[in-house]
Design a protein around this ligand. Structure first.
Ligand code: ACO
Length: 339
């Protein structure tokens, strides 16, 4: 959309986040399953994660708190928002989506659209792509993007499920994007992709609409109700796709890896992120990780990590920032923006 000669762009106004108070260290996990602090730190870089206290926090309550943090940092009220895009793996209810509940919880005096998306660890980039298209085409002026996840209530916390359960944490991140014309700020491009042939490499298979009845009483343990992952396969594809996506988006926009001031990558495994940076020749000093204290919060990792990096002064206005993610589906994507 153009006003006179000024091109409307999508500007990042603010980030916010919220994590539960309850800290679960690797040593706490040692009491639940056959694992060790050393194994978890060496293989993934995670020291601790946050888990909710059941009955205290919900996907919605974390989302609302992260949204209020982003609104406060932007000095905005809920009614200043025109639309919500909400991403999560497991919603508070099978339906309706938590985005609608968030619209109610934030206390709008008006109705606005709330779009729920299901794109796992790539949810933030999928949301950003939609918000960017809405804003640039003039459909909405200001969009609240939220990723909120509670994993701790759907993990197999025994030795049987240790390859997955040590990785995930609970938390929410939020971001407000809006129309603007500032030359030194704005989204340059967002690229997203999927390859469904690998869906079974990382998923929760049940309950499934193929079963009739969909949910039935089962006295025996059913592993399909818990996340399953071919870790090595996911790892290899994550490194390949994240590197490829960042390389392509830079090339398309005539940007070299050297030009990038800061990279915020999805927080699944510190080794994945190091390998991606290494392949692009970007030093570790140009990134910020939160997985060591929050684990993998899937849809929330990028807004949580970005929020913290901004609060710490590691990312400043005008910086050229690259975002990149990979997750179940497989889905992946990257973004280039001037903060
Ligand atoms: N504690 C101790 N030992 C363990 C644990 C654990 N928590 N988990 C597995 N092991 C054991 C295995 O049983 C195996 O033992 P064995 O050699 O006797 O058979 C050994 O450790 C090695 O297991 P691997 O699976 O080969 O370990 P690997 O080095 O591949 O690391 C990991 C596993 C950390 C899961 C890694 O594969 C990984 O990070 N994968 C990618 C995760 C990811 O990116 N997910 C995507 C995002 S999530 C989303 O989108 C929803």
């Amino acid at each position: 959309m153009e006003f006179g000669v000024l091109m409307i762009k999508t500007i990042i106004r603010s980030f916010g986040f919220s994590v539960p108070d309850r800290v679960v260290t690797n040593h706490d996990l040692e009491k639940m399953m056959d694992t060790s602090d050393e194994w978890i730190q060496q293989r993934c870089g995670i020291k601790e994660r946050r888990w909710i206290t059941p009955g205290k926090e919900t996907t919605l309550s974390l989302a609302a708190e992260a949204s209020r943090d982003a609104l406060k940092k932007a000095n905005l009220k809920p009614d200043d928002i025109d639309a919500i895009i909400f991403g999560c793996l497991v919603s508070d209810h099978i339906f309706p989506g938590t985005g609608c509940l968030l619209q109610e919880a934030l206390g709008f005096s008006k109705t606005i659209p709330a779009l729920d998306i299901r794109n796992q660890c790539s949810a933030f980039l999928y949301s950003l792509s939609i918000a960017d298209a809405w804003i640039r085409s003039g459909v909405y002026r200001r969009v609240l993007i939220v990723g909120s996840e509670i994993h701790s209530t759907s993990l197999d916390k025994t030795t049987r499920g240790r390859d997955v359960s040590v990785l995930f944490g609970d938390g929410a991140g939020a971001c407000i994007v809006e129309a603007g014309t500032d030359k030194n700020q704005g989204i340059i491009e967002v690229q997203i992709a999927s390859e469904g042939k690998y869906a079974d490499k990382l998923r929760v298979a049940k309950p499934s609409s193929n079963d009739d009845p969909r949910i039935k009483f089962e006295p025996e343990f059913n592993p399909h109700l818990f996340p399953s992952m071919d870790g090595k396969y996911v790892f290899k594809h994550a490194v390949e796709r994240m590197t490829q996506s960042l390389t392509e988006i830079c090339k398309k926009n005539n940007i070299t890896a050297n030009d990038i001031d800061f990279v915020i990558a999805h927080q699944a495994n510190a080794r994945i992120n190091s390998m991606v940076l290494q392949q692009l020749g970007i030093p570790e000093t140009k990134t910020h990780n939160t997985l060591q204290k929050y684990g993998n919060t899937t849809a929330a990792t990028i807004p949580i990590t970005m929020s913290e990096a901004v609060d710490l002064g590691k990312i400043n206005r005008g910086n050229l920032v690259a975002l990149v993610a990979f997750g179940s589906g497989f889905t992946w994507g990257s973004a280039l923006l001037r903060f």
